[in-house]
Write a protein that binds this ligand. Structure first.
Ligand SMILES: [Mg+2]
Length: 117
């Protein structure tokens, strides 16, 4: 599945409802909720806040999926192509952070190989 498929599937899902996409501020609140749910799971697993005995184990993967869903909602409603946005983000990393971290000796393609013409 490619990023455009994620955006297409989310649009198909949302488009079947009269409510459609929420206002950007409502989606931002929802995104914040989902990040909070991920934080809760991370804190239970790796942090210092154990679950109550009655609480079920959550899924980090599902929480990340929830975040991806609301990110796609936000992008769709604002006519943002996430594939293009992600490419631009990677270009930023390839240039800005090229010498920031210690390269592994067996690292794959260099950042130069990933830069767009
Ligand atoms: Mg969630």
């Amino acid at each position: 599945m490619e990023i455009k498929d994620v955006q297409r599937d989310v649009h198909k899902w949302i488009s079947q409802f009269e409510e459609g996409y929420w206002h950007p501020l409502s989606m931002l609140a929802r995104m914040t909720e989902e990040v909070g749910e991920l934080a809760r799971e991370i804190n239970h697993r790796y942090g210092e806040k154990p679950k109550k005995p009655t609480e079920e184990e959550g899924s980090l993967a599902l929480e990340l999926g929830d975040i991806l869903f609301i990110v796609a909602c936000m992008a769709n409603s604002l006519n943002i192509d996430l594939e293009e946005a992600f490419k631009d983000t990677m270009q930023k990393y390839y240039h800005r952070d090229i010498n920031r971290w210690t390269k592994k000796s067996n690292a794959g393609p260099s950042a130069e190989d990933n830069t767009r013409e």
